[in-house]
Design a protein around this ligand. Structure first.
Ligand code: ADP
Length: 648
């Protein structure tokens, strides 16, 4: 153990032997002086010195020295004065006895006190804290083993040195202020920076207690230090990471929300405790539960970028539940709740948020759930990106594509009309000329039947030529080269509907899609088939314009093992039986600016793909256009070689 500032501990063996020898010599000396010199004094009182020396060795040595001193004092008295003589020598001897006795008692008490102090010092050594005692000048008087271990100096090295110099202590405020507080209150606490023997700088939590030797007299200071370098370092790292997070949160150009999901977690747990075994199922079935759950999520912070997206001035507008952010049309919360229940770390989706002035802003968002650690439920982060511009651009693109599809159709029809006009006009003109000539030959007083016959034969020939031209155009239309790609029906339908989505929306039409997910693929020309779908959908929307909107439902399902069936049904006025009979004829239209070629082309496209297009309609009940297409032969579904052949 370390050295104490009080009494020396039991001396080492060689020291003890030296002290014993000294005690013996002193004893002998005092006895000889007592016996041999005629001094009239209490020489035996000098045995007190022997006792003080023996007291430094051990208790038995002390008692032995004390007994020997008494015995030798008595022996000297008897030798010098004999028995029975009572006088001043007797008084001197008694005084010597008393002195020896008192010295022994004091020495015993002193040893006990020393032992007690040593015990206390040993207790201080048990502490892992660094404890030292210094005097008013700062000189170290006691240094425990905790201080030895941490600072690196042994007790022998530290005791006697000035603490501040040894440890290069740096104080949080001026040393004088600290000393003044210590004197005033008797204690001081604070954080210090010190240096160890190896040169490392450590941070210590320090407590000082002042011990006074008399009223107002500072004597010793007990300093207890705890090494908190690591704790401080991790605190600082934490604080730094918190500051970094704050900076990112505040400066991020992505909208950020911090949300607290802990009340929601508690509610979910309560439900599980109440016996609910299928939370995801309940979330899907019970919209009221989802609404209540949403109200349990609170927003704790939002950043500037989010305020900008929402057009808000202050975060106070969002100090409440998620309801203040998500629009009532939001469909994503239930899905995010299921992800949360499942223990997912991340969820992303697309929704609309409530912005200032009742606006709705379309956003894509990501939610990060910290992890299974429930104490982090208060720190769910949502990343929000405004996609208004992206959506606008997308819609503009789609409108442009739809227009392009329409323009392509109109262009085809325009070319067609021009060529029909050009090719058919000639024979028609010839028919008319020949007809008129025949009439003229007939109206003569003497009709020239020969000429009439020639003119009529020419007219008939021209008529046949016109018919042949029309036939050629029709067959051209039918046999236009089509691509033969493997197509996924669901993709085909969805892509086509994306093209008309915007037009349907502006016509007040709700679109419903019902596509059997297990449909076989088909073989055909993506663009042409999409034009069929676009045509049917646009016709439906135009028909519903009269009723100010309605619903358009597109269904795709299997038709037997080898075909698929796609139908486009509207809730418009429907088609009269009379019109229905002519609907697919080229140039049949009831629209002012209609060309009447859409359905004719649709039918020829579907037929060119090996399918059939038909219509059913009850007037007033809307119309349903249905077409079938053959499924791709099964061996071709996963065969790239076959795909290549198809494309070739
Ligand atoms: P256009 O659209 O140029 O008139 P179409 O061949 O596409 O040419 O259509 C022919 C006619 O069929 C339309 O003018 C309309 O009278 C009728 N028609 C087509 N689709 C529908 C529908 N969904 N509901 C009612 N009538 C329809």
């Amino acid at each position: 153990m370390a050295t104490s500032t009080t009494e020396p501990a039991t001396p080492r063996l060689d020291q003890a032997a030296a002290l014993r020898a000294l005690a013996f010599v002193l004893t002998l000396g005092v006895f000889l002086v007592d016996v041999l010199t005629p001094l009239e004094g209490a020489v035996a009182v000098l045995y007190v010195i022997v006792i003080l020396v023996a007291a430094r060795i051990s208790l038995p040595d002390l008692l032995a020295a004390s007994a020997a001193s008494v015995a030798l004092t008595a022996l000297a008295y008897v030798v010098m004065h004999g028995f029975g003589h009572v006088g001043s020598p007797t008084l001197r001897v008694l005084a010597s006895f008393s002195a020896i006795g008192i010295a022994t008692l004091l020495a015993i008490q002193n040893r006990k006190a020393t032992a007690r102090l040593r015990e206390q010092a040993q207790l201080l050594d048990l502490s892992h804290d660094m404890i030292f005692v210094r005097d008013a000048q700062g000189v170290i008087r006691f240094w425990n083993s905790g201080a030895e271990n941490c600072y690196g100096w042994t007790s022998e090295e530290a005791v006697g040195r000035v603490a501040d110099d040894l440890l290069a202590t740096e104080y949080p405020t001026s040393r004088d202020e600290i000393e003044a507080e210590l004197l005033r209150t008797g204690r001081w606490e604070g954080m210090l920076r010190q240096r160890t023997r190896s040169g490392a700088t450590i941070i210590v939590e320090s407590r000082w207690v002042l011990q006074r030797s008399g009223p107002g007299q500072p004597d010793r200071v007990l300093e207890t230090h705890r090494d908190v370098t690591e704790r401080e370092a991790s605190h600082m790292a934490l604080a730094q990471s918190e500051r970094r997070f704050r900076r990112i949160f505040d400066a991020s150009r992505v909208g950020l929300l911090q949300e607290d999901w802990s009340a929601l977690r508690a509610e979910l747990k309560r439900r599980i405790a109440d016996g609910e075994t299928d939370l995801p199922g309940q979330i899907e079935r019970d919209p009221d539960f989802v609404a209540r759950a949403k109200a349990l999520v609170t927003i704790t912070d939002v950043n500037a970028a989010f305020l900008e997206i929402a057009g808000a001035d202050s975060p106070a507008r969002f100090a409440g539940s998620l309801d203040t952010v998500l629009s009532e049309a939001d469909q994503t919360f239930a899905a995010s709740l299921i992800a949360f229940c499942r223990g997912d770390r991340f969820f992303e989706g697309e929704t609309e948020i409530r912005a200032a002035g009742g606006r709705r802003v379309p956003v894509i968002f990501g939610l990060t759930f910290p992890d299974a650690d429930e104490s982090m439920d208060g720190e769910v982060l949502a990343f929000v990106v405004d996609v208004t511009e992206r959506n606008n651009a997308q819609h503009a693109l789609m409108a442009a594509q739809a227009e392009l599809a329409h323009a392509a159709r109109v262009a085809t029809l325009g070319e067609l009309t021009a060529s029909i006009t050009h090719e058919v006009n000639q024979p028609l003109a010839a028919i008319v000329t020949n007809g008129e000539a025949a009439l003229r030959w007939l109206r003569r007083k003497e009709p020239d039947l020969e000429e009439v016959s020639t003119a009529l034969t020419r007219a008939i020939d021209e008529g046949k030529r016109a018919s042949a031209i029309v036939g050629r155009i029709r067959s051209f239309l039918k046999k236009g080269p089509i691509r033969r790609d493997l197509l996924d029906v669901s993709e085909l339908v969805q892509d086509a509907m994306l093209l008309v989505e915007r037009q349907l929306m502006t016509s007040g039409v709700t679109l419903r899609l019902a596509i059997d997910p297990k449909l076989p693929t088909i073989v055909g020309d993506r663009v042409q088939l999409q034009q069929v779908l676009v045509n049917l959908a646009v016709n439906g929307a135009q028909a519903m314009l009269a009723t100010g909107g309605g619903s358009l439902s597109v269904q795709a399902c299997a038709e037997g093992p080898e075909h698929i069936r796609i139908s486009v049904q509207d809730s418009g006025p429907g088609i009269s039986q009379e019109d229905a009979a002519r609907l697919f004829e080229p140039f049949f239209t009831t629209k002012q600016d209609g060309m009447g070629m859409g359905l004719a082309i649709c039918r020829s496209t579907v037929e060119a793909h090996g399918g059939q297009l038909s219509v059913e309609s009850e007037p007033g009940e809307g119309a349903r256009f249905t077409f079938t297409l053959p499924a791709a032969p099964t061996e071709s579904q996963d065969d790239p070689a076959r795909q290549q052949r198809l494309e070739g």
